[in-house]
Design a protein. Sequence first.
Length: 279
Amino acid sequence: MDINQIRHIVIEAAREELLPRFTHVSHEFTGTLPPGVPEYRPSVHIKADGSFLTEADLAVQNRIARALKQLAPQIAFLGEEMPASEQQALLEGDAPLWCLDPLDGTSNFANGIPFFSVSLALLEKGRVVLGVVYDPSRDECFSAELGKGAWLNETPLHTRESHPGLARCTATIDFKRLAPALATRLACEAPYSSQRSFGSVALDWCWIAAGRGQLYLHGKQNLWDYAAGTLILAEAGGHACTLQGEAVMVPRLEKRSAVAATSQDLFTAWCEWLRVGFE
């Protein structure tokens, strides 16, 4: 698979389907979507899980699905906006599988906040072998191939091998999805110097890979949120696991927690502080 072709498909879709719609989203919230959602809708909709859906999500998913089918018709396609029953059936198969989040950071997009992305991963035998995350607001394309490295546009990504310690780190933390006891402990006894939360899981992984912060913690991520990002961070030299000490990437629909850091020493210290495997 030519990663340059995949980058082109993702970048073109984001530029032509997302950017023209950005800041033009209607804030007429219409509640839970009924079965058989039309391809395009002008307003923001609330899905059953409470997350947002806009016309842009569907436009990007449909466009990329068509482009990938033309490029590689033998590879199945799973998109975030597909019914869960279809997603589950695809994951139970053994064939290679595209996994797409057409608009990661829909809440930001709907509110005019320029921090959102398109995230695409290729899964083979339960492993991510290729990942692309594109931020159209900054024209930044993060990508990686298993065993071949990670890049930001044309520049190779390499995390720092060491860091002065947790107390001097910047952390990206999503408090909303953490257990109350852990969130309270972090708020009252934070071991790092500064904390951020941006609202696009895929970009969170990529920004850590690019050294824009050293620590990461999130309580519940979907497969399409983290699949590409986990590969990009790993290929850049970063480290990650769940709060239970397991690998983050599993080819299942269950939501996964994520603990990550840019170097082995920081990762060890961060896991110890979080009591990974004991929470």
